[in-house]
Unconditional design. Structure first.
Length: 133
């Protein structure tokens, strides 16, 4: 794996379904109705049910995990949701290497919604074995 500052991680597109949101709420014990009850979500001012914050973090993390494979491990991760995301709308997650420090790689991350707006941003540090730098 040849890594340098500016290296881009392959993007991954996700299109969460209403069923996925319901199931994710169930397995994470998240009973907030905005994630599975459309009428309730609208009563709270949302356009539709809302993709869970933690699912959005998992989507960003998936880009790093996919890129690393078994060549390293994630050391830290943070994310921030900037705009709501809704089911049946594709978000595309991508990352860029922004710093190298020994075997550590810093990656900035973003998820863009169907209109191109950044809906989630984040960053990660990963240790990488045999980078080939």
């Amino acid at each position: 794996m040849n890594i340098s500052v500016g290296s881009e991680l392959p993007p991954i597109a996700y299109t969460p379904s209403r069923v996925q949101l319901f199931r994710f709420s169930a397995v994470t014990w998240n009973s907030h109705r905005i994630h599975y009850d459309e009428a309730y979500a609208r009563s709270e001012g949302h356009a539709d049910v809302v993709v869970q914050s933690t699912l959005r973090g998992e989507q960003l993390l998936g880009v790093v995990r996919s890129w690393l494979g078994d060549r390293g491990e994630i050391r830290s991760f943070e994310w921030r949701n900037l705009l709501p995301a809704h089911p049946d709308q594709t978000v595309t997650c991508r990352g860029t290497v922004v710093a190298l420090d020994g075997d550590l790689v810093r990656i900035t991350l973003e998820a863009r919604g169907p209109d191109g707006d950044v809906v989630t941003s984040g960053s990660a540090w990963a240790s990488v074995v045999a980078t080939g730098r």
